[in-house]
Design a protein around this ligand. Structure first.
Ligand SMILES: [Zn+2]
Length: 511
């Protein structure tokens, strides 16, 4: 007997955050159909997408390799090769006919050669995106309609169909009426976008992040007379949630279709997303692919089998292992990471439990990012094998801490090595950081003990509190902003209030 389901359907919902699905407890009823399907589903609590943007994430999900292990990264002129998609080979070995239906131009024939690796490829992108030049997409209704027709024709075969749906992806324009306008969440969210930038990838620097709430220009709703834009965040979030709601509705139609065709009992369905969307983290709204933040790579995943009852899986799980999991085949789950090939950021699943509650919490930034950045110009780097430096950066409340790791690598060698070393580096940095925190805490408690004794003598509790605060402040400024104790004392002695104020400039996100 064949242990595999006859039909496998993989839904990749572009840019969907798990915390905006009612499946994961969101207060808005965004995913009623998916919620219902969960009675036969395994809901994954710690699924990690391989990267934070489509072009890196989707091929990795389908191929079973991390983006850094695949051919085209770092040089998008290169094409994918068969060795990039072992999981598609696995499907074919198990007798499946494979088909990909995409609504996203990034995974269409205009952008990649993904079509070379499927038996059937559908990318009839009928709609023009309003914000991006030359960007086309297809509505889910058209994608799933094409899918249903394909199934009807090929019902006798073993089928693997992947659907890449787009409704939650920006731009969040005025064309869409959201059913969530004016509800409780809408009224409560008073956050504003302060600034728009032309390009999400190049238009945002660290200074901008610290001082403004930013959104990429193509994502926002302009009025027709000029540059005025809708600044209220709740307006866009309602549009975003509407997108999730619409995809859920289309999935409901699809499920009814396969029930009517009489094939639902022989079908396995997986529903996930390729990455999330920033909704205020780092002061950025409605963008992704910039970092590997938890809200971008900690994604939804549910696998539905007709003969199963609802369960939860809370182990770290990489989306690159979806296909072998759907086939009940063994796979390597030793390391679960998200990698950002462009900035070479890494997000480790071990941090997930800690960061899970940290999605909206800026303080959790301390532990979450390690960046490896080639400091030389990228254009030169791609064409030459030149000498460069690898530097780690740890973000701490918007301030980069920097450490040079090694020198004189050729860029190509760096790229080859990066995948193997970043995991180890991350651990090393983590241990160092926690040691530093321990030492600091030890010192503070020693000081507290000393001060306590002194307080008894002086009987001046107010003074002691001030002293502890002073010590912590000096230490914090030294660690996070690299300002010496001497300098701080000097500023306070001279009562240089403007500069003193500047020491503490950090604008937390408006939640
Ligand atoms: Zn995407």
């Amino acid at each position: 007997m064949d242990s595999h389901p006859q039909y496998i359907f993989l839904f990749i919902l572009d840019a969907v955050r798990k915390d905006h699905m009612s499946l994961y407890g969101y207060d808005r009823q965004t995913t009623s159909c998916i919620d219902k399907l969960s009675k036969n589903g395994t809901v994954y609590q710690r699924a990690i997408s391989p990267s934070s943007y489509t072009f890196a994430s989707v091929p990795s999900i389908l191929g079973g390799k991390y983006p850094t292990e695949m051919t085209p990264f770092f040089d998008q002129n290169k094409k994918f090769t068969t060795k990039d998609f072992p999981n598609l080979d696995l499907l074919k070995e198990r007798g499946y006919t494979t088909a990909f239906f995409t609504g996203n131009f990034v995974t269409s024939r205009s952008h990649t050669n993904l079509s070379d690796f499927f038996d059937h490829f559908w990318d009839e992108l009928s709609q023009k995106e309003t914000g991006r030049f030359n960007a086309l997409y297809a509505p889910s209704s058209e994608i799933l309609d094409a899918g249903a027709k394909y199934i009807e024709k090929n019902k006798q075969k073993k089928l693997f169909l992947c659907f890449h749906l787009m409704e939650a992806h920006g731009p969040y324009t005025k064309n869409k009426k959201s059913r969530f306008r004016d509800d409780k969440i809408f009224k409560k969210d008073t956050r504003k976008i302060d600034k728009i930038v032309n390009d999400a990838f190049t238009g945002i620097d660290d200074a901008v992040l610290q001082n403004f709430s930013v959104a990429p220009k193509y994502q926002i709703a302009f009025n027709e007379f000029g540059d005025d834009f809708e600044q209220d965040v709740n307006y866009y979030v309602a549009q975003y949630d509407q997108g999730i709601y619409e995809m859920d509705k289309q999935i409901n139609i699809f499920v009814k279709n396969i029930i009517n065709m009489g094939i639902a009992k022989r079908s396995k369905i997986a529903i996930t997303s390729d990455h999330g969307e920033l909704l205020g983290e780092d002061n950025i709204f409605f963008a992704h692919g910039i970092y590997c933040r938890p809200s971008l790579v900690h994604v939804p995943l549910m696998i539905i089998s007709p003969d199963q009852t609802k369960s939860f899986n809370d182990k770290p799980f990489s989306l690159k292992n979806i296909i072998p999991t759907l086939l009940n085949e063994k796979h390597d789950d030793a390391e679960v990471m998200a990698l950002h090939p462009k900035s070479m950021a890494v997000f480790n699943a071990d941090e997930c439990a800690h960061l899970h509650i940290g999605d909206y919490n800026h303080d959790s930034k301390i532990n979450e990012s390690l960046f490896l950045i080639n400091q030389s110009p990228v254009e030169g780097a791609l064409s030459n094998n030149f000498t460069s430096q690898l530097t780690t950066f740890k973000i701490n409340n918007g301030v980069f801490r920097e450490k040079t790791l090694s020198t004189t690598f050729g860029y190509n060698q760096i790229l080859q090595k990066i995948h193997s070393i970043n995991h180890a580096l991350f651990r090393e940095e983590k241990i160092k950081f926690s040691k530093m925190v321990d030492n600091y805490q030890k010192k503070i408690s020693e000081q507290e003990a000393v001060i306590k004794t002194r307080n008894k003598e002086l009987n001046n509790i107010y003074h002691s509190r001030f002293f502890i605060l002073w010590q912590s402040m000096v230490k914090t400024l030294h660690i996070h902003k690299n300002i010496s104790r001497k300098k701080v004392i000097e500023l306070f002695k001279n009562k240089n209030t403007d500069e003193i104020k500047n020491l503490f400039v950090y604008k937390p996100p408006k939640i």
